[in-house]
Design a protein around this ligand. Sequence first.
Ligand SMILES: [Zn+2]
Length: 317
Amino acid sequence: MGTIVGERSGFVIGISLCNAGNHKILTILLRYPAISDISALRNALKKNFRSMFSFAKRVTVKNTHAEIRWTYSVRKPGLDDIAALIDQFVQALTMNARPFDGRCEDCGNVRTSELTLFNDIPGYHCSACQQRTISDRQQQSVEYGGKSMDFIWGFFWAAMTGIGCALVTGLGEYLFDEHGKLAWQVLIAFPVLTGMFVGFAFGKRVGRLDLRTQGVALFVLVLACNWLGEVCYGTLYLLRTYHIGFTAQLPAVVFRNLMRYRSTPDGAIIQAVQLLGAFVSVGFARLQRPNFRAEFVSLSEAKLRAVAPSAGALSIL
Ligand SMILES: [Zn+2]
């Protein structure tokens, strides 16, 4: 809905508010020049935030910025609460971080008074450093594009992970089911977790990620692993319920019946969840690709109005 960016005691502070369904999320971004040890600052910020409010909230502290996310629905924080909170944050910052000193935060030499968004995060970057960052990232992107793709190796690790997940799924569902019925949480958790683990393993090991050529194989692999997990569960279920001995044909019979079961509403839901798991795997693999984006937007330009719709933003609260 809006973001306002300002400076307080030499620190840059951004406050934004957005809607997420029935909730609103207030995000407070605190920017400081890079610090090497963040533990003291993290403790100070978390201590402050915990003592004041009982809303759902999250504090993340990185070496160049901290972000406080505050999710609320009914009880909305008042302007006074927010102002008091920011005072406390600034106090914690002055004790644990240096303020900006009017120079570029990258080279520390060139006087830079103009706020610039670097990949949406406000800070002080002189034009030479902006150019250098852009060309560095371009260079890294080119180097990444030239890296060898190790598809077999990546696929091997993804398959090993997927088979492991399938066995855990079979056993887990077997342990959690009640008279052959699985709770929907269980039904969703295993395929989605499988997707996350397999996607992560693939992205980590494949060398160069290119999902246009690799995505389909990954998708099919995760789907196959989800089926394998289901077959494991079905087989275990039959062994337990009918006290029959295990034969090599049993998993094949289970698989054929599961595929037939797909035409029923329950079967279709299970298939939909498994497809979701396969999509999740592609997303998680994508996250392993380094980000080469370097976008600078000067806050003094006309774009300021789009980014920071003046002081009116806070009144939306
Ligand atoms: Zn610079």
